[in-house]
Design a protein around this ligand. Structure first.
Ligand code: NAD
Ligand code: LMR
Length: 332
């Protein structure tokens, strides 16, 4: 029997991530090849015409899974009964801008959209915040939408996770799907800590730890980390625009694994509400290693943390605590 369509909201849908993301969703990259979808696309009035153009293209592409398109500048209409909300709307960082510069513009949007989601979305709506500062926007959304369960509000660090897999695969000249269990700890910013201490590579002689195969500790402890931390800025420098296709693809990965489950023996990184695991203060949206089953994520417990990692995990938590205070000062 055909499945009922799932309603997926994409905010900022006329922007560059939106333009890459909506066809991926309509092709089944987010929810699977047998899951019909109804796309809800929101943007602001100045982008209304462009948004309508995206709607026209979606119709023209004749996607078999796409059962309807709502394109609107009305936030209440956009949020109505949505099951999944991918929050991309906001202002991106431009060359030379620090992430903090985009803070004041974006957190007030997330405060306002929190109330709309709370009032109009399906009660079990799963929320993924992509727009920067992603962790802090998600936190503001959570705080101003108290009736949405905190486990349903997450932010995107899967792009950083995928970037880390990509760097290891390039270094070892192995296929990226043979690398797994890297971890992104903390903020989607240059303080994030990409951790390879538990990562493995599948080789012809079985699964090996990345640290065993990459013998250059110096590369793993410095260049690898900074490359992943600064990849967003490197893309902005190269394209004069921030990452879009990789962000859209990673957003699909994030929701797909959350809804359909992570493969056995594999974890992924998600920005989620901290419950105090690994000594990270409660009340932050922090990226942890998680496994997902039956639509629920759980933080992977019991990983050994050495002194090097501890310092980096704490530094990114400190930045998030500072961003939280800054966000509140922008809202006041
Ligand atoms: P963009 O400027 O191309 O698109 C953003 C869209 O949001 C625009 O169409 C704009 O009109 C719209 N918008 C602005 N205010 C809005 C509001 N109140 N409601 C609805 N829509 C609104 O930007 P982009 O390149 O698509 O990036 C979007 C966001 O994603 C940025 O904040 C960027 O920094 C962030 N980003 C995050 C990651 C990540 O991994 N977390 C990766 C890349 C980009
Ligand atoms: C990215 O990681 O590509 C984006 O978050 C862009 C940025 O501002 O770093």
């Amino acid at each position: 029997m055909a499945k009922n369509p799932v309603r997926v909201l994409v905010t900022g849908a006329a922007g560059q991530i939106g333009y890459a993301l909506v066809p991926m969703i309509a092709r089944g990259a987010m929810l699977g090849p047998d899951q019909p979808v109804i796309l809800h696309m929101l943007d602001i009035e100045p982008a209304a015409e462009a948004l309508n153009g995206v709607k026209m293209e979606l119709i023209d592409a004749a996607f078999p899974l796409l059962k309807g398109v709502v394109a609107t500048t009305d936030v209440a209409e956009a949020c109505k009964d949505v099951n999944i909300a991918v929050m991309v709307g906001g202002f991106p960082r431009k060359e030379g801008m620090e992430r903090k510069d985009v803070m004041s513009k974006n957190v007030s949007i997330y405060k306002a959209q929190a109330s709309a989601l709370e009032k109009h979305a399906a009660p079990d709506c799963k929320v993924l915040v992509v727009a920067n500062p992603a962790n802090t926007n998600a936190l503001i959304l959570k705080e101003f939408a108290p009736s949405i369960p905190e486990k349903n509000i997450t932010c995107l660090t899967r792009l950083d996770h995928n970037r880390a897999l990509g760097q290891i695969s390039e270094r070892l000249d192995v296929h990226v799907s043979d690398v797994k269990n890297v971890i992104i700890w903390g903020n989607h910013s240059s303080t994030q800590y990409p951790d390879v201490n538990h990562a493995t590579v599948t080789t012809s002689s079985g699964e090996k730890s990345v640290r065993e195969i990459v013998t250059d500790d110096n590369w793993l402890n410095s260049e690898f980390i900074t490359t992943v931390q600064q990849r967003g800025a490197a893309i902005i420098k190269a394209r004069k625009l921030s990452s879009a296709l990789s962000a859209a693809s990673s957003a699909c990965d994030h929701i797909r694994d959350w809804v359909l489950g992570t493969p056995k023996g594999t974890w992924v990184s998600m920005g989620v509400y901290s419950d105090g695991s690994y000594g990270i203060q409660e009340g932050l949206i922090y990226s942890f290693p998680v496994t997902c089953e039956k639509g629920e994520w759980s933080i992977v417990q019991g990983l050994k943390i050495d002194e090097f990692s501890r310092a980096k995990m704490d530094a990114t938590a400190k930045e998030l605590a500072e961003e939280k205070s800054l966000a509140y000062s922008c809202l006041n």
